[in-house]
Design a protein around this ligand. Structure first.
Ligand code: S3P
Length: 441
């Protein structure tokens, strides 16, 4: 089957109600926590994607039974010391930074050495940022080239609590250290720059000894060792990061309206809606509900008459970190120059995304000025594309693919976008849902 997508036409106005797939961050965290629970946990609406499949394979390798039928999943946890595996196992995190980093926190008491590998993209990413704090607990980690996968981890039975300052706004590092702290003697203290807090909320729901105090820029987290926790039944709400592509398609398509049902609107993930609101876009949260510590709502978005440029406040960065590529498309249509700064973390993702963001915009005929941590985007509300654009060799970064699709449907031109199968990592239903929107009555 051909692994590229050709788009030659803009999308017509639409008025639709859709549901997107389950939240990826929550799906992976649920798999990992359920694997340590005492008893059988069940999840509904688990995201079925390669990243989550890799998490399921990983806990199976650790001796945990998992049943999966469509997006319903049952995990037979055997307690916190229930992992049972042979020497020399290899865990493959594939494309998933979240899985690769979080699982290390659970393995810091492993009696044998375990090898962690990943795909080409993950093998280029920084794992020193997480091996450094985990070594302080007393685990042994060895990396390739001091920074990269493959790595080996061998745990210790005498783990001691640590003090850890997380200054990048990385929820993956923070979460992995929380998992490590839950296995260690004493009280671990984390000072973490704001980032998504799903791990803390799940731990709180499970009555685990994880206590958070928040101020505007940092969260202060205190964690003690735990012995046992109950199973966790969970209905995973929809993913705001997946929703963002359709929200922005609506923003860029005149006279359109979209409702996305039951999305996780955790405040630490709302950078994208805050930024869009600052750019003059009307977004409403309807049917707001609390669900096991998280907040959900239906998101309603209306396409605007005019888009304002933004000088994006850096404190919104971590809450929108996965959405910037597609947010840049909104800036491309704004009535003036937008500026996004302190975004060095964006080049640490599945591909160097600041670079790819600029590349897509430049191909479209939008002027940008980029540094290693910032981008200035010279918006053009009248932009029309009349050329051929080819997008390829982007390390199969799913979000580069989906952003290019939204750009093609919004601005026109004739696009050939390679590596269609990249969407399997986070959002296999992306094109199906897009077709539902396209076939508007
Ligand atoms: C994630 C955290 C973020 C994000 C990633 C998912 C998580 O990464 O980009 O897609 O689920 O914890 P960092 O923690 O590296 O910023």
């Amino acid at each position: 089957m051909k692994n590229y997508l050709i788009i030659n036409n803009k999308i017509n106005s639409f008025n639709k109600k859709i549901t997107v797939s389950g939240d990826k961050s929550l799906s992976i965290r649920w798999v990992l926590l359920a694997s340590l629970a005492s008893g059988v946990s069940k999840a509904d609406n688990l995201l079925i994607s390669e990243d989550v499949a890799a998490a399921i394979d990983a806990v199976r390798k650790l001796g945990i039974k998992v049943l999966l039928k469509n997006n319903f999943c049952k995990i037979y946890g055997k307690g916190i010391n229930g992992y049972n595996y042979k020497k020399n196992i290899i865990i493959d995190a594939k494309n998933s930074g979240t899985l690769g980093r979080l699982i290390l926190g659970l393995l810091i008491n492993s009696p044998f050495s375990i090898k962690l590998i990943g795909d080409k993209s993950l093998s280029k990413r920084d794992f020193k940022r997480i091996s450094d704090p985990l070594i302080k607990f007393g685990a042994k980690l060895k990396l390739t080239n001091k920074k990269n996968l493959p790595l080996s981890i061998q745990g210790s039975t005498n783990l001691k609590a640590i003090k850890y300052s997380e200054n990048r706004g990385s929820a993956q590092c923070k979460s992995s250290v929380i998992f490590g702290a839950l296995r260690s003697n004493g009280t671990t203290l984390i000072k973490a720059k704001k980032s998504r807090d799903h791990t803390e909320l799940l731990c709180k729901y499970l009555n685990l000894p994880v206590y958070t105090k928040k101020n505007k820029y940092y969260d202060y987290i205190k964690i003690n060792k735990f012995k046992k926790f109950r199973s966790l039944n969970y209905k995973i709400p929809s993913d705001i990061s997946s929703s963002a592509f359709f929200i922005i398609l609506t923003v860029l398509t005149p006279n359109s309206k979209l409702i996305i049902k039951n999305v996780n609107i955790n405040p630490s993930r709302l950078g994208v809606t805050k930024i869009l609101k600052m750019m003059g876009i009307k977004i409403l949260f309807q049917n707001k509900k609390k669900y096991k510590g998280e907040t959900t709502a239906d998101i309603k978005v209306l396409s605007p008459k005019k888009i304002k440029p933004i000088n994006c406040p850096s404190e919104l960065n971590s809450g929108a970190i996965d959405e910037f590529l597609v947010i840049f498309l909104v800036a491309a249509k704004a009535n003036g120059i937008s500026y996004f700064k302190n975004l060095e973390e964006l080049n640490q993702k599945e591909s160097p995304r600041l670079k790819w963001g600029a590349k897509i915009l430049n191909e479209m005929g939008i002027k940008t000025i980029t540094t290693t941590s910032s981008i200035k985007i010279f918006g053009n509300p009248d932009l029309k594309i009349n050329k051929k654009i080819i997008i390829k060799n982007y390390l199969k970064d799913h979000r580069v693919f989906m952003t290019s699709v939204i750009a093609a449907l919004s601005f026109g031109g004739s696009w050939k976008i390679h590596d269609k199968d990249s969407i399997k990592t986070s959002f296999p239903n992306f094109l199906k849902i897009l077709n539902l929107i396209k076939n508007s009555d």
